[in-house]
Design a protein. Sequence first.
Length: 113
Amino acid sequence: MSPKIVQCTCQMKEINERNPKMKREIERLVKMLENTNIPYELTDDAMGNSNNQVWYPNRDAKICDVICHKYSYGGEDGYLEIMGLSESEDGVEGWLTAEQVFYRIYDDYFEVE
């Protein structure tokens, strides 16, 4: 069992629990990955929000990770932020929907060009 990052505050956890749109896109992405049998790992994020970070294909061999919380790009509005499989120079991109993130992962997994 891997150790959990516990640098979160209870206030941060409460914010995400009160704001369901922050979890909705993560949940939608997870369903799409499951329906296509694409490997992923779902963990708590660095803020301590449960099941709020997706690692593709897993945490140890990360190609892309996906988060949605108060401090992520677009998180307060329910959009996803990714690191990896990004079109930006710094490798981080936000304000993405579950579909946008899914198709990037799908293309990478199935090597669609």
